[in-house]
Design a protein around this ligand. Structure first.
Ligand SMILES: [Fe+2]
Ligand SMILES: [Fe+2]
Length: 163
């Protein structure tokens, strides 16, 4: 788990970091993972342990993440960057927190259907690359959600109460 000391403390810099390190990375990761999953599911159809349905789950995850990240990129983060942005944004952040819960459920399903990202002993290189990449995606998304939920969003929540 990422520690706050490893992150920029300034809000605008933290947002820049989230965009580069996570949003752009997820887009690349998922696009590649979907292709790998389709190949593994096709080539090894019927084999024990084959993660059938994984490509579809990742495809849906990419679509949902895209919608979610766009809401952050186009609405929430610009509001947070504004100099007068220190007002409560509880409404939008609670919606984003709900999306994050859905993302965590998706990660649990992916973790379960890949046996915690453990490929069979005799798995081919594509299968191994798929699970290694999927584990990396899982770790990145867990960190991404953690940073938003616990470090960035609280700066903009229930400020009116404290003022
Ligand atoms: Fe985000
Ligand atoms: Fe988010």
């Amino acid at each position: 788990m990422i520690h706050p000391s490893e992150l920029p403390s300034d809000t605008a810099e933290l947002i820049d970091h989230i965009l580069e390190r996570y949003h752009e990375t997820h887009r690349r990761q998922l696009t590649e993972l979907i292709q790998l999953a389709r190949r593994v599911e096709q080539v090894h159809a019927g084999k024990p342990g084959v993660p059938s349905g994984l490509a579809d789950i990742l495809q849906r995850a990419l679509g949902e993440l895209e919608v979610h990240m766009r809401k952050e990129e186009l609405i929430l983060f610009p509001a947070m960057r504004r100099p007068d942005g220190m007002r409560p944004l509880d409404g939008p952040t609670s919606q984003m927190r709900e999306d994050h819960s859905d993302q965590e459920e998706m990660l649990e399903r992916v973790t379960a259907m890949t046996a915690d990202f453990t490929a069979p002993e005799d798995a081919c290189r594509t299968w191994r690359a798929l699970y290694a990449g999927a584990a990396e995606f899982r770790n990145d998304l867990v960190d991404h959600i953690h940073i938003e939920n616990h470090i960035l969003f609280p700066r903009f929540e229930t400020m009116a109460v404290q003022a």
